[in-house]
Design a protein around this ligand. Structure first.
Ligand code: SAH
Length: 384
């Protein structure tokens, strides 16, 4: 099949030749009309083929490249099916026994821009983030069915008018998944993101190893992922705090599922207030807030938010205690995050050491040519 051509302006092809998958509107000579697949072939000013991508007319990133190739490539159903199957084979090698939920497709990190697929047992939850991927929904659904997933749920972004719902047979709203042998109840429909924060799997496991005999405070706990790992690691008591009542109910349910109710307490509250007012001390504190900054303009305000919670945590951590602190804002770089935490440490007047520098799990790979994919930053701090 022949796709319409998108021509890049002279001098604007450099980042593409280095495999960065985004084309900004200013780099394009003219945008071609496309059919329902929104797919174009991309050429440089001398008409040399660069690759294939999805057009998104209303976005600043007008095209996202899914295939870099100097030679014509057939992009048809078998192309997509093969790509999803390859992602599955690759991810399966990374996922250990005792885990049946993982990220099967991580957009640019899996060379499938605009597409996120998280799997939970027999159910796959998809986020279509671009028109081009939305138009592929039948093909994606068939590929997932052929991999053995029975139910497929589409969670589309709020700004789109694409259907949110089951693609085909309706599955149950809740499913209980296993992660490193622990049980978690996931609300596939009403839960945040696709239902569970799969990107923290490795970090939760690390936390477990530090939890023995510790009194733990899990801030922005969502459904208690870190809390359950702390409990299995031998924490004496864990408090989960989240602004969402539903999340806290789910955290309580997860404590029950793993038989840890006696040592767990869930509180629905704003963590900024909660932390500021606290005087009680903890041995281990987790700070995993939502992305405070959605664009580059909100970086200063977001930085103040991160500093605020980190400073509060440093005030109530026991001597020799640990803080697991995270930022999942794409626009807060690793370097900036460490500077913000440095600011909090300096204001607290306490001695602080970095024990670990953390990132997202390997099922959320970072395409080296797309550094924007390095979104989850974490530090494990020892506070003296
Ligand atoms: N650590 C969690 C994921 C946290 S996601 C895990 O491993 O599963 C961020 C959470 O912060 C969400 O559950 C959201 O409801 C909560 N949240 C957002 N703003 C908040 C606030 N001001 N106070 C407390 N919780 C908040």
């Amino acid at each position: 099949m022949k796709h319409p051509r998108l021509k890049i302006k002279k001098g604007k092809e450099k980042s593409l030749l280095r495999f960065h998958p985004w084309i900004f509107s200013g780099a394009v000579e003219s945008l071609p009309e496309t059919g329902d697949d929104r797919i174009v072939e991309i050429v440089d000013y001398q008409e040399k083929l660069i690759g294939y991508g999805f057009i998104e007319y209303k976005s600043q990133i007008v095209c996202r490249i899914f295939e870099f190739s100097q030679y014509p490539t057939t992009v048809d159903e078998s192309y997509w099916t093969q790509k999803i199957h390859q992602a599955y084979t690759f991810k399966k090698q990374l996922i250990q026994d005792g885990t049946n939920c993982f990220r099967l497709v991580h957009a640019e990190g899996d060379f499938l821009p605009g597409l996120i697929i998280d799997v939970y047992n027999e159910t796959a939850v998809i986020q279509f983030r671009t028109t081009g991927t939305w138009y592929l929904k039948e093909i994606v659904r068939n590929a997932l069915l052929s991999l053995g997933y029975q139910y497929i749920f589409s969670k589309s972004p709020a700004y789109s008018n694409w259907t949110q719902g089951w693609l085909g047979d309706a599955g149950p709203q809740h499913t209980t998944v296993m992660e490193n042998g622990l049980k978690f109840s996931v609300d596939l429909i009403k839960g945040q993101k696709t239902g569970f924060f799969l990107d923290q799997r490795e970090n939760r496991k690390l936390l477990s190893a530090y939890s023995k005999n510790k009194k733990v405070l899990n801030c922005f706990s969502y459904t208690g992922g870190f809390s359950i790992y702390a409990l299995v690691g031998g924490a004496t008591h864990v408090t989960s705090v989240d602004i969402s009542k539903d999340a806290i109910e789910n955290a309580t349910k997860n404590a029950e599922l793993n038989e840890f109710t006696a040592r767990h307490e869930g509180i629905a509250a704003d963590c900024f207030d909660f932390l500021r007012k606290k005087t009680e001390q903890y041995d281990l504190i987790i700070l995993d807030p939502p992305a405070f900054c959605k664009d580059i303009r909100s970086v200063p305000q977001a930085s103040r938010g991160y500093k605020d919670i980190n400073l509060s945590a440093m005030r109530i951590i026991e001597k020799g205690g640990l803080i697991f602190t995270f930022s999942c804002s794409q626009h807060i770089s690793r370097d900036l995050f460490q500077k913000i935490v440095f600011g909090a440490a300096a204001d607290s007047g306490r001695k602080v050491r970095i024990l670990h520098q953390l990132s997202q799990g390997p099922d959320h790979p970072i395409n080296i040519y797309h550094p924007e994919g390095d979104y989850l930053k974490g530090l494990v701090l020892e506070v003296m």
